[in-house]
Design a protein around this ligand. Structure first.
Ligand SMILES: *[C@@H]1O[C@H](CO)[C@@H](O)[C@H](O)[C@H]1NC(C)=O
Ligand SMILES: *[C@@H]1O[C@H](CO)[C@@H](O)[C@H](O)[C@H]1NC(C)=O
Ligand SMILES: *[C@@H]1O[C@H](CO)[C@@H](O)[C@H](O)[C@H]1NC(C)=O
Ligand SMILES: *[C@@H]1O[C@H](CO)[C@@H](O)[C@H](O)[C@H]1NC(C)=O
Ligand SMILES: *[C@@H]1O[C@H](CO)[C@@H](O)[C@H](O)[C@H]1NC(C)=O
Ligand SMILES: *[C@@H]1O[C@H](CO)[C@@H](O)[C@H](O)[C@H]1NC(C)=O
Ligand SMILES: *[C@@H]1O[C@H](CO)[C@@H](O)[C@H](O)[C@H]1NC(C)=O
Ligand SMILES: *[C@@H]1O[C@H](CO)[C@@H](O)[C@H](O)[C@H]1NC(C)=O
Length: 669
C-alpha cells in the first residue's frame, strides 16, 4: 500500500502546477483546491484535520497569498463594475425590445424634467430648458421634412458656434436623418473629403465658417444643399445658400411623426483621424450613444442633479456623447462653452454651480499653467471626467484644484473596448478584473510598438501580456450581439483594417484599439502610447501620412517625413517635419502662410528639419526611427532646425538657447 504522505506530496505538486498555469486565475485555483480537497477527502480517506491545513498551505505556497491579496483589494471594484455592466446591458436589452431611440429617450427626459435647464451656453448666457430644446429640435425636424429629407438621408453639420448644435442633430435624429458631425478646424481637401464620404445631401454651416465653405463650395457636389445658421450676409455666402433661422421661425413646434427606427440604427457620424490617411467617418448607432453615456453615468456614480461643465468640441464623442448625453438621457444640466478658456474655467464652474468638469489631457496642463487664484478651489466640483490626464500631473491637479475624484476613462468612438477608472486610482485609465478576467472581453496582446504588428505564438494566436508588459488593447467582437458588435466605419475597407483574426482564440475576430497600455498586478491599466505613427498633439490625433501629403504638396512635392517628438512637460508629441531640400529653395514665410490655410493648428509641425535627403527602405518607405530618436536638439542634429513660434506665426531658427527655453517649458508651444 502507498503511504498516504505520497498523495500529499502529489497533491502539492498538482496545486503548484495549477498555480503556474493560472497565475492570474484565482477563481480557477480556488475551484481546483476545493475539488482536490473533496477528492482527497473521499478517495484517499484523509481526515479533515489533515486535508484542510495542507491544502491551505499549498494554496499559499503556490502564490495563493498574492492572489488572496489581489482578491481582497479588487473585489469591491469588480463587483461595482459588474453591476454597472449588468445594469447597462439590461437597459440596452429593454430599449431594444421597446424600439427606443435617443430622441425617444430624450422625450422621456422632457416629460420628467420639463422646465429644468437642459443646456447653458456660456458666452451668450443662453439657457435652454428641456422643453425649449425639444421645441427647437421639432422645428428642425419639421423643416427638414418639408424640404423632402427622409429617413436615412445624411446632413453634414459644420459649426463652431454652439447654441443650436445639439438641437440641430437631435432634430435630424427625430426624423431618422443622420448628421455627419464635421470638425470645424477642417479646411479644403479634408473638409470636402469628409462631406463626400458621408454622402451628405446638405450642409448646415455656421456663419462663422462662411469663408471655409466658400473655399470648398465649387469642389462639392452640385446637388448638395447649403443652409447657413447665424448672422446672415447674402453677399458672402456661396450661391444658393439659405438662411436657417427665418425658416425655422415659421415652422411648427409640434412633435413630428417619428419613423420606426430601432435602437441599432444609425444616429450620426463622428470623424476620427484613425491611424492613417484622411479622417474616417465612424458610425454611431443609438445604442452606442446610450451605452457610452450610461456607462460613464453609472460607472462614476453620477446623479441627475449634477451640473456638468463641457468645454470640449461637440463634433467629438467626448463632448457630444459623454457630456451632452448626460443631459439628453439622464436629465443633467450641461454647461457648454464654445471654446475652452483656462483663465475662465474655475470662474465658470462657480457661476453655474458645476459639480463635474470634463477634460482632455491638454486642458489639465493649461489649467496648471495658470497663475494661482482663490477661485480655483472655491468651486463645488467633485469630479473631473475625461481622458489623457498624465500620471506626472495627476496629483498636482487634484491637490491644487481641490478636485476629489478623477474619473479617467478610455474608449474610442468606434471601439467597444472601453475602460474606466471607477475607483479613483492614481494614474490609471481603467482596469480589467484579475479575478475573472474573461468576463469582460478585452485584453492586452503583445505587439511591435513601432510597426503595430501583432506578435503571435506558435499556434498563430496572439500572446496575452502579463502585468508590467505593454501591449495593444484589443476587444473581442461578437457581431450578432448588438451590445458587443463593432459598427465600424462608413468605409468598409477601413473597417477591415481595424479588425484582426485569431486574437483570443483560433477563428475569432477582435477590434484593434491601436493604443499600447500596460497593466499592473491588480489589473489597473495605464496608457502608454499609440502604436505606429499617429501621434497625439493638443488632444487630437495627428495622422502623419495626411500631414506628409499636405506638406509635400505645399513644397513642390519634396520628400517630407513627419513624426512626433517628445517635448519634456508637454502632453502628446510635437509634430516635426523632416524636409529633403538639397538646394535650399524653401520660402519659409510663404510656407507658414500656406500651412495656416491647409492644416488645423494641431497638425502644423512645430519643428522643421532641413536635410539633403531622407533615408528610405528598399521598398521606398521613409525611415523615421533614427530621426525620431534624435528629436529637436541642435546639439545632436547637425541639420538646420526651425521652430514654429505661435505668437509670431512664423518659423524661427532653433538654436541652443531656444532649445533650452523649450525644454524648460518657458517657450510656449
Ligand atoms: C455666435 O452666435 C451668437 C448668437 O447665436 C452670436 O451673437 C455670435 O455673434 C456668434 N458668433 C459668431 C462668431 O458667429
Ligand atoms: C467629391 O464629390 C464630388 C462629386 O461627387 C466630386 O466631383 C469631387 O471630386 C469629390 N471630391 C473629393 C475630394 O473626393
Ligand atoms: C448656485 O447655487 C446657489 C446656492 O445654492 C444659488 O443661489 C444659485 O442660484 C445657483 N446658481 C445657478 C446658476 O444655478
Ligand atoms: C482620490 O484620491 C486622492 C489621492 O490619490 C485622494 O486625495 C482623494 O480623497 C480620493 N477621492 C475619493 C473620492 O476617494
Ligand atoms: C484619437 O485616437 C484615439 C484612439 O484610437 C481615439 O480614442 C480618439 O477618439 C481619437 N481622436 C480623434 C480626434 O480622432
Ligand atoms: C462591448 O459591449 C458589451 C456590452 O456592455 C461589453 O460587455 C463588451 O465587453 C464590450 N466590448 C467588446 C470588445 O465587445
Ligand atoms: C477607404 O479606405 C481605404 C483604406 O484605408 C482607402 O485606401 C480608400 O481610399 C478609402 N476610400 C474612401 C472612399 O475614402
Ligand atoms: C541615413 O542613413 C545613414 C546610413 O545608414 C546614416 O548614417 C544617417 O544618419 C541616416 N540619416 C538620417 C537622417 O537618419
Amino acid at each position: 500500500m502507498v503511504p498516504r504522505s505520497c498523495y500529499r506530496v502529489e497533491a502539492a505538486v498538482m496545486i503548484r502546477w495549477l498555480g503556474h498555469i493560472s497565475s492570474t486565475g484565482l477563481m480557477l485555483r480556488l475551484a481546483c483546491s476545493t475539488a482536490l480537497l473533496f477528492t482527497l477527502r473521499m478517495c484517499v480517506g484523509l481526515s479533515w484535520f489533515q486535508v484542510l491545513p495542507s491544502i491551505f498551505i499549498f494554496f499559499l505556497g503556490s502564490g495563493g497569498w498574492k492572489s488572496l491579496h489581489v482578491f481582497s483589494k479588487t473585489i469591491y471594484r469588480d463587483l461595482h463594475a459588474a453591476s454597472v455592466l449588468l445594469r447597462v446591458k439590461l437597459n440596452v436589452k429593454k430599449h431594444l425590445r421597446e424600439r427606443n431611440t435617443v430622441p425617444k429617450l430624450f422625450a422621456k427626459s422632457v416629460k420628467k424634467y420639463g422646465d429644468k435647464t437642459a443646456l447653458i451656453f456660456e458666452g451668450t448666457g443662453e439657457k435652454w430648458s428641456f422643453k425649449e430644446l425639444d421645441e427647437y429640435s421639432n422645428r428642425v425636424a419639421n423643416l427638414l421634412l418639408q424640404r423632402g429629407f427622409t429617413e436615412g438621408d445624411v446632413i453634414a453639420l459644420f459649426m463652431e458656434n454652439r447654441s443650436q448644435y445639439v438641437g440641430l442633430w437631435l432634430g435630424m435624429a427625430k426624423i431618422g436623418v443622420e448628421a455627419a458631425l464635421i470638425n470645424f478646424n477642417l479646411r479644403l481637401e479634408a473638409l470636402v473629403h469628409c462631406v463626400n464620404i458621408s454622402n451628405a445631401k446638405a450642409v448646415v454651416f455656421g456663419s462663422e465658417l462662411t469663408d471655409a465653405m466658400c473655399e470648398v463650395h465649387s469642389s462639392m457636389g452640385k446637388t448638395v444643399k447649403l443652409l447657413c445658421s447665424g448672422e446672415w450676409d447674402p453677399k458672402r455666402v456661396p450661391e444658393g445658400t439659405e438662411h436657417l433661422e427665418p425658416l425655422l421661425e415659421t415652422t411648427s413646434t409640434n412633435q413630428p411623426r417619428q419613423p420606426d427606427r430601432s435602437f441599432t440604427d444609425r444616429l450620426f457620424y463622428i470623424y476620427t483621424s484613425g491611424t492613417t490617411g484622411m479622417p474616417k467617418a465612424a458610425i454611431v448607432v443609438h445604442s452606442r450613444y446610450y451605452r457610452m453615456a450610461a456607462l460613464v453615468y453609472y460607472g462614476f456614480r453620477m446623479k441627475s442633479e449634477d451640473v456638468l461643465y463641457d468645454c470640449l468640441p461637440l463634433y467629438h464623442s467626448a463632448g457630444n456623447i459623454v457630456g451632452v448625453g448626460q443631459c439628453l438621457i439622464h436629465g443633467m444640466t450641461v454647461v457648454i462653452r464654445k471654446k475652452f478658456s483656462a483663465s475662465k474655467f474655475w470662474d465658470d464652474c462657480i457661476k453655474y454651480n458645476c459639480t463635474i468638469v470634463q477634460y482632455i489631457g491638454e486642458i489639465c496642463r493649461y489649467l496648471l499653467n495658470q497663475p494661482k487664484k482663490d477661485t480655483e478651489h472655491q468651486h463645488k466640483v467633485r469630479m473631473a471626467l475625461g481622458n489623457g490626464l498624465r500620471q506626472s500631473i495627476w496629483e498636482e491637479f487634484t491637490s491644487r484644484f481641490n478636485v476629489p475624484q478623477i474619473a479617467e476613462f478610455y474608449g474610442a468612438t468606434e471601439c467597444n473596448c472601453s475602460l474606466g477608472n471607477f475607483d479613483n486610482k492614481t494614474g490609471a485609465c481603467g482596469f480589467n478584473s484579475r479575478i475573472l478576467p474573461y468576463v469582460y472581453p478585452i485584453r492586452l496582446v503583445k505587439v511591435n510598438e513601432e510597426t503595430m504588428e501583432l506578435i503571435r505564438g506558435p499556434d498563430g494566436v496572439c500572446i496575452p501580456c502579463g502585468p508590467g508588459e505593454p501591449g495593444q488593447l484589443v476587444g473581442r467582437i461578437i457581431q450578432n450581439d448588438p451590445l458587443r458588435r463593432f459598427d465600424g466605419y462608413v468605409n468598409q475597407s477601413a473597417t477591415n483594417k481595424k479588425i484582426a483574426h485569431d486574437v483570443f482564440k483560433k477563428g475569432d475576430s477582435a477590434y484593434l484599439s491601436g493604443d499600447v497600455l500596460v497593466m499592473d498586478d491588480y489589473g489597473y491599466m495605464y496608457f502608454r502610447d499609440r502604436t505606429g505613427d499617429t501621434f497625439r498633439w493638443k488632444g487630437e490625433n495627428v495622422s502623419t501620412t495626411e500631414v506628409e501629403g499636405t506638406l509635400s504638396r505645399l513644397l513642390d512635392m519634396k520628400d517630407v517625413v513627419v513624426y512626433g517628438v517628445e517635448v519634456p512637460g508637454a502632453e502628446g508629441k510635437a509634430g516635426m517635419a523632416a524636409i529633403a531640400d538639397p538646394e535650399h529653395t524653401t520660402d519659409l514665410v510663404k510656407f507658414s502662410r500656406d500651412l495656416e490655410k491647409a492644416l488645423p493648428p494641431y497638425a502644423r509641425p512645430v519643428f522643421l528639419r532641413f536635410l539633403p535627403e531622407v533615408n528610405k527602405t528598399g521598398t521606398f518607405k521613409f525611415q523615421k526611427t533614427d530621426m525620431r530618436r534624435e528629436g529637436f536638439d541642435p546639439n545632436v542634429v547637425s541639420d538646420k532646425l526651425y521652430f514654429l513660434d505661435c505668437t509670431k506665426g512664423q518659423y524661427v531658427e532653433l538654436n541652443v538657447e531656444l532649445h533650452r527655453s523649450i525644454v524648460s517649458g518657458k517657450q510656449k508651444l
